[in-house]
Design a protein. Structure first.
Length: 255
């Protein structure tokens, strides 16, 4: 694994000779298809070359290493996340659109979750997303380190929700059954457990969760959590907010 700061985005362009048969965009899109199907363990320059009907040498004309290719792929899929301009919507709506779009992207490309924090996320799509996110939060009244903390809080909710949902989804796919079928197969155990854990059993009976579709439960849980985070931030702002709160390490959007 290269040094954290050794990024495909910061290195000067390499000198090249000859004419490539593939574009970098073609290579990255094919890599994303392979990553979506098999995850990072299934990606290699050899397998990617076979998928494109080209030798690995053709790939190296554009991409030096697998790590560089992963950086390019992460930035490409980050471009799927829409962040409204600050003037286009109230900040709560804008942040909700951004957060929901990021969750959807991570569920389409769950391999991205394991890449976050491994290399700098400073590609053009991420920087555009970060610029607009800063604009939204600045318009709301967040500044300095506090803005960074707010961004980290929101993205932590997104990543946490997507991580659990993606893991369950992968387990369901491996089982060959639907989520509803798996849940029904656990019911005899849950009914027996109810005898030992009455409070949990009472809640299950009252909540109606057992009858809900799994996707509906995930969606409601994510939206509830995001709305409560935004409620708290809005209340905090209305009370003046302590801009100096949370001194220490700062995680900048996109960095």
């Amino acid at each position: 694994m290269p040094d954290f700061t050794d990024s495909v985005w910061t290195r000067p362009a390499r000198a090249r000779t000859g004419q490539p048969t593939l574009s970098r965009e073609q290579i990255v899109r094919a890599a994303i298809e392979l990553l979506d199907a098999e995850g990072t363990a299934g990606l290699s320059m050899r397998r990617l070359g076979a998928r494109l009907g080209s030798g690995a040498t053709s790939l190296y004309w554009h991409v030096a290493t697998k790590d560089d290719l992963l950086e390019l792929a992460v930035d490409d899929v980050m471009g799927e996340v829409y962040v409204p301009e600050a003037d286009d919507a109230p900040w709560r709506i804008g942040v909700s659109v951004m957060a929901s779009g990021m969750r959807a992207m991570l569920l389409r490309h769950p391999w991205v979750i394991g890449m976050l924090g491994v290399r700098p996320t400073i590609g053009p799509n991420v920087m555009k997303m970060s610029n607009r996110s800063v604009g939204l939060l600045s318009a709301a009244g967040f500044t300095g380190p506090t803005l960074s903390h707010v961004y980290s809080l929101i993205t932590a909710h997104v990543i946490g929700a997507a991580t659990t949902e993606a893991a369950v989804g992968a387990a369901v796919n491996r089982s060959g059954q639907s989520a509803a079928e798996l849940r029904r197969s656990l019911e005899p155990f849950m009914e027996k457990a109810a005898e030992e854990f009455p409070e949990y059993a009472r809640w299950r009976g009252e909540s109606g969760v057992v009858e809900m579709e799994p996707d509906q439960v995930w969606d409601q849980s994510f939206t509830f959590g995001l709305d409560r985070i935004l409620d708290g931030l809005e209340l905090w702002l209305s009370r003046g907010g302590d801009i100096s709160a949370g001194e220490g390490g700062v995680a900048t959007p996109g960095g």
